[in-house]
Design a protein around this ligand. Structure first.
Ligand SMILES: Nc1ncnc2c1ncn2[C@@H]1O[C@H](COP(=O)(O)OP(=O)(O)OP(=O)(O)O)[C@@H](O)[C@H]1O
Ligand SMILES: [Mg+2]
Length: 321
């Protein structure tokens, strides 16, 4: 859910507008106020679970009254991530070469590609860790070039090597992340009570991070990405290093969260794509070769996803060079 407000009509529209804009993001909010009715006064806000079937409880329309049904699809299909022609090179190496795609709430997008294809670099640009040479992207309406704070607030990021402070305990590290994200008091306790069992790290809570095994470090990385319950999750090889039980558990977790979030994962495990991804974007040498669904790809090539991946990345990548 993005936001719900069960309010009377004729409330101070300007105030409501500002509250909503700060919570929902101005672009998305404007997009659901019909043209001509989006004045700042007399904006009605209702909860409309019936219309949105639990996908969203926010419903706004102007005084003159347009029907919710005609606004609903526009709202539900709003993209949470938009990537436009991103490019990035490192010296002579072109890591990302004009990548564009978008992703909406409810989608789990699998970013696939051979080693060195540009997956991590794309994710690092999307999460504002590095800047693109050209192109841009937005996360929940926040531009990565002009509003990196907004971007970072909206997303949780599990980086490739789960960076953390080795000398901190797991609990100390997660509390530190809460401080950075300004999650305090009861909210902090609630956040820790939620993510610690979610990521199965109770047994190592008091252990220093440097003493953890690779899989447990990964789980702590996942916990910090989830701690503020972000709308967008960017997970770079989330199951890398996990034992089979934990792999299964993390996939289950991603599936359970998918309804309310927009999730991008990179992975080399194609069975994982089939298990959790509603879309598969295959990249090679910094370019998007395919943007489809796992089912469509298997149907089109009459082959397993492994075979499809091999065919696409060996033939098409070669053809683009
Ligand atoms: N900081 C950097 N300095 C120099 N080259 C870099 C840097 N980061 C990435 N590269 C290069 O950019 C290319 C893309 O790397 P990237 O890490 O994005 O690939 P990837 O798709 O995530 O690969 P993998 O599947 O191995 O994780 C590679 O050739 C890599 O060597
Ligand atoms: Mg990578």
């Amino acid at each position: 859910m993005l936001f719900s407000y069960a309010g009377a009509n004729k409330i101070g529209g300007g105030v409501v507008w500002r509250i909503l804009a700060s919570r929902v993001g101005p672009l998305r909010f404007q997009s659901i106020v019909p043209a001509g009715h989006g004045d700042y006064f007399g904006v009605r806000v209702l909860t409309a679970k019936v219309f949105f079937a639990n996908l969203c409880t926010l419903f706004v329309w102007g005084e003159a009254g347009s029907s919710g049904a005609e606004l609903m699809p526009e709202f539900l299909e709003t993209d949470m991530i938009e990537v436009k022609e991103l490019r990035r090179r490192f010296g002579p190496v072109v890591a990302v070469d004009g990548v564009s795609f978008s992703a909406a709430k409810g989608q789990v997008v699998g970013l696939l590609g051979p080693n060195g294809a540009g997956k991590t670099t794309t994710m690092r640009m999307l999460t504002c860790y590095i800047q693109p040479d050209s192109g841009t992207a937005s996360v929940c309406g926040h531009d990565i070039l002009t509003d990196s704070i907004g971007v970072r607030r909206s997303l949780g990021y599990l980086a490739e090597n789960s960076p953390a402070y080795p000398e901190m305990t797991v609990g100390g590290f997660l509390k530190f992340i809460c401080d950075i994200r300004q999650i305090k008091g009861r909210r902090r306790k609630a956040a820790l009570d939620r993510v610690v069992p979610m990521c199965s790290i109770e047994s190592v809570y008091h252990q220093t991070i440097e003493t953890l095994s690779k899989g447990y470090k990964r789980r702590v990385g996942l916990a910090q990405a989830l701690i503020h319950d972000p709308e967008v999750l960017i997970l770079d090889e989330p199951t890398d290093g996990l034992d089979p039980n934990q792999k299964h558990e993390v996939r289950r977790l991603i599936g359970a969260m998918a309804k309310d979030k927009c999730i991008i994962i990179s992975t080399h495990i194609l069975e994982e794509v089939e298990a959790v991804c509603s879309r598969a974007i295959i990249v090679a040498r910094g370019k998007v070769l395919v943007d489809s669904t796992p089912q469509e790809l298997k149907g089109k090539y009459h082959a397993s996803l492994d075979e499809v991946f091999r065919r696409i990345t060996t033939t098409q990548a070669a053809a683009t060079n």
